[in-house]
Design a protein around this ligand. Structure first.
Ligand code: X2W
Length: 287
């Protein structure tokens, strides 16, 4: 409602918008790939807030691509169906029955939930998987893992076509193979990295549930180079669940992505904080 009351909050809002101008200009036309993991999805409100940030990015001239996970949702459905699954080095061992559930849950349930959340915020979103227009073609990653895919050929034209139409692509990490009728389950971070690499994206944002890459003293490093990442990994400072993220980051940078940020998706407006404020958030890896 309009009012003459010069309430401080409104003044802060106007100032924040004004200060964002240089960053808005810097990212105009940029391609930003956002990995939205199952653990970052949280409740309906978290989903709505994430969707609003993505729609805002599009509104200010960025081309965002959402690549999602959904591990916890796959676990829940496998549990209901009485199918057991195990993880080896962070990846789900995927047999024929499991890959069918993975495809159903990711491309059906999770993908459409995100598309709907973006539509609810007034954006335009289209959901697809790596199978659509052969966006992501895979080979088996490791015989021990079954139908887990390693991306070997990317065809990102469909994403450019969607950007041109003002549509936000939402991609499920399920892929086709080189042979007929093959389906692969791809780790969400791996898929996001491969898509960002194929697009030579300006930014790959990996939304996680930790605050970033930490140094020896446990402090979050705001910026680090690929060499520093390798050094910290050799020293054992980067370990556990952070390793697949930093490996994805290094590979994406090698493929031509300008910068990769690892941020805490639970922080409200994490993406906007990173892109549009001097403060940034999480850890930025770039050469
Ligand atoms: C993952 C795909 C989903 C995913 C899985 O089956 O759980 C592999 O492990 P989050 O939520 O990002 O963990 N695929 C091969 O990556 O989900």
């Amino acid at each position: 409602m309009r009012s003459q009351d010069m309430n401080r909050d409104w003044i802060v809002t106007a100032r924040t918008l004004s200060e964002a101008l240089p960053n808005l200009q810097r990212y105009s036309g940029a391609i930003v790939v956002v990995k939205f993991g199952g653990n970052a999805m949280g409740d309906a409100q978290a989903m709505a807030e994430f969707a609003r940030d993505i729609v805002l990015m599009r509104q200010v001239g960025i081309n965002p691509v959402v690549v999602h996970g959904g591990g916890p949702m796959i676990n829940e459905m496998l549990g209901k169906l009485g199918i057991e699954s195990n993880f080896v080095r962070g990846k789900r061992v995927t047999d024929q029955a499991t890959v069918e559930v993975v495809e159903m849950v990711l491309t059906g349930l999770v993908n459409k939930r995100i598309v709907q959340a973006i539509m609810d915020q007034g954006g335009r979103a289209v959901g697809l998987s790596g199978k659509d227009d052969d966006l992501m073609v895979c080979e088996a990653d490791d015989p021990e893992l079954g139908f887990v895919g390693k991306p070997v050929q990317m065809n990102p034209q469909v994403l450019h076509d969607l950007f041109g139409a003002g549509i936000i692509p939402v991609v499920a990490p399920v892929a086709t193979g080189r042979g007929p009728n093959e389906t692969f389950n791809v780790n969400g971070d791996t898929a996001a990295g491969a898509i960002a690499g194929a697009l030579k994206a300006d930014r790959l944002m990996l939304l996680t549930d930790v605050s970033g890459v930490k140094n020896q003293s446990g402090e979050v490093m705001t910026e680090l180079t690929p060499q520093e990442v390798r050094h910290l990994t050799d020293e054992g400072v980067i370990s556990g669940g952070m390793i697949p993220k930093t490996e994805t980051a290094l590979k994406a940078i090698e493929d031509g992505v300008r910068g990769v940020v690892i941020i805490d998706g639970r922080v409200p407006n994490a993406c906007l904080l990173e892109l549009f404020t001097e403060h940034g958030s999480g850890s930025l890896i770039r050469s």
